[in-house]
Design a protein around this ligand. Structure first.
Ligand code: SF4
Length: 497
């Protein structure tokens, strides 16, 4: 490596190291072409904000600490402050301590003194468990601290405990969080770090971004911020759109130089029946519809109900008796189709800041009482009904009776009996509807998917949200959920006409 190249290689950081682990091209773009990144959506911002809230709360597990600085633009200043505090031999934990070694800048969530010149290193994650990628997050920090001669006794990940039941009032932090000691596991990852760093620096020393094909790694373990940039010129039917395509099949296709589903020869080995059907439909530009779908739907007895739920799952529980990440339904929509063709709509969207579960369940039971099949799209509604039945003993029997042979999963029926090239490998309502009923999309709505609905509800129930904004969100949520059940009606009519 020449001196010129060495000078050009930028400092690394924990997030750049993580980017480099996902893909060297991502790391390169993060360092030199950040403007090519996808815009951060409101939903992603909410997840980041939630992570920040969890991080700040977790400091309470290590009380009496010193916050070095939350100004992440001034690493030098934060390092100077860290040095001063370490020099005093302070027995207090340090939050956001800053270090640099081997041209890697890090900030540590919590550094807990455990004796003379020795610390526990704690990384806070807003996840419900330790994930493989977390080991590298703390591993790179340990690499820097070790390089500086700072002794680390334990390397830990502090994450949310989904068994914790919130009792109201301040959180019981000892129960809300779990602290996992990962010293041994990290020690193993530490052995890999020098060669990982060398590979990343080689990529950064090049005059242009490495040429790396898109693939499963673009969304695992994180959605890459350059996803849109790298996929902008992709073929119309990329092989990645084969449903549940595994690594082995994708590698075999790649080895054969096949990027588009239309180029897969009939009989290509390793494909299951659904993948072969997708290949056949896309290659012939025809859709597949087995008669069983229509006959199953035509056999349903009226009235036929069409049901959809919206729910949210806050990282930090907001209602007494709930757990971190518990899914709380807050809205339902029901369209009911009578034998004569009459279509009725009813809906519920919780008002107020209290737990919506009981009002949600009671109104739902009233809307669906009596007889008639209930068409849903996926197993999501059945799962929520089961959870509500367990949470509300007084309504349990009636809620379970909804599951007693009344639910009909339209998604499963479509997955088994129908495929259209414009599904692009997905059977979600947002993929199926534009292909089969393009006149009834979501483009005219402010909220157009479940993640947006969940984020909007969180905003709506926040006490600081202005009344006008609450009303605006309310109308948007009602419009969105109603559209979902109307879409189910539309698909039903399409398949039974
Ligand atoms: S989208 Fe995929 S190929 Fe492109 S930078 Fe990200 S991970 Fe790498």
């Amino acid at each position: 490596m020449t001196m010129d190249n060495q000078r050009r290689i930028p400092f690394l950081s924990k997030s750049r190291f993580t980017a480099g682990l996902q893909c060297h091209k991502r790391l390169y773009l993060e360092c030199f072409n950040r403007q090519l990144a996808d815009a951060v959506t409101d939903q992603q911002q909410m997840i980041f904000d939630s992570g920040t809230d969890v991080g700040m709360l977790a400091r309470g597990l290590f009380p009496g600490g010193l916050l070095i600085s939350e100004d992440y633009t001034d690493h030098e200043g934060a390092m100077a402050s860290t040095r001063i505090h370490l020099a005093t031999g302070t027995p207090r934990p340090l939050y956001e301590a800053a270090f640099v070694h081997d041209r890697i800048r890090i900030r540590s969530d919590v550094l807990v003194p455990t004796g003379r010149d020795q610390f526990d290193l704690v990384e806070v994650k807003s996840t419900s468990k330790v994930k493989e990628e977390h080991l590298y997050d703390v591993g790179i920090q340990w690499y820097v601290l070790r390089g500086l001669g700072i002794k680390v006794r334990h390397v830990c990940i502090c994450h949310l405990n989904t068994d914790y039941v919130y009792k109201g009032g301040p959180y019981d932090l000892g129960q809300l969080f779990r602290v996992a000691d990962l010293t041994e596991e990290c020690e193993l990852r530490m052995l890999e770090i020098p060669s990982l760093l060398a590979g990343m620096r080689r990529a950064l020393a090049a005059s242009e971004a490495p040429s790396i094909r898109t693939g499963r790694h673009c969304a695992i373990p994180y959605q890459c911020p350059f996803y849109g940039h790298c996929h902008r010129n992709q073929t119309e039917h990329p092989v990645m759109q084969l449903p549940r395509a595994g690594e082995r099949l994708l590698s075999a296709l790649e080895a054969s130089g096949i990027e588009d589903i239309r180029d897969i020869p009939p009989g290509f080995p390793g494909m299951n029946a659904l993948q072969r059907r997708v290949r056949d439909c896309v290659a012939s530009d025809r859709w597949y519809l087995a008669p069983e779908l229509s006959s199953r739907l035509r056999g349903l007895k009226y009235p036929i109900h069409f049901l959809d739920f919206e729910a949210f799952n806050p990282a930090l529980p907001v209602y007494e008796g709930t757990r971190p990440y518990q899914v709380i339904p807050f809205q339902w929509s029901v369209h009911t189709l009578e034998a004569g063709g009459n279509l009725r709509h009813r809906e519920f969207l919780h008002e107020g800041n209290d737990n919506p579960q009981e009002a949600f369940a009671e109104t739902l039971l009233t809307a669906l009482e009596g007889s008639g099949p209930i068409i849903v799209y996926s197993s999501y509604e059945a799962t929520r009904i089961r959870e509500l039945a367990d949470a509300l003993p007084g309504l349990s029997h009636r809620l379970y009776s909804l599951l007693d042979g009344r639910l009909v999963d339209l998604l499963q029926l479509i997955r088994t009996h129908c495929y259209h090239p414009l599904f692009h490998g997905s059977f979600s309502m947002k993929s199926v509807l534009p292909a089969l009923a393009p006149h009834l999309g979501y483009d005219d709505l402010a909220i157009s998917d479940g993640t947006m609905a969940s984020a909007a509800y969180s905003e709506m129930v926040r006490p600081a949200t202005a009344p006008e904004r609450k009303q605006e969100i309310r109308e948007q949520l009602l419009a969105y959920c109603k559209r979902d059940t109307l879409a189910e009606v539309e698909l039903f009519r399409l398949f039974t006409d």
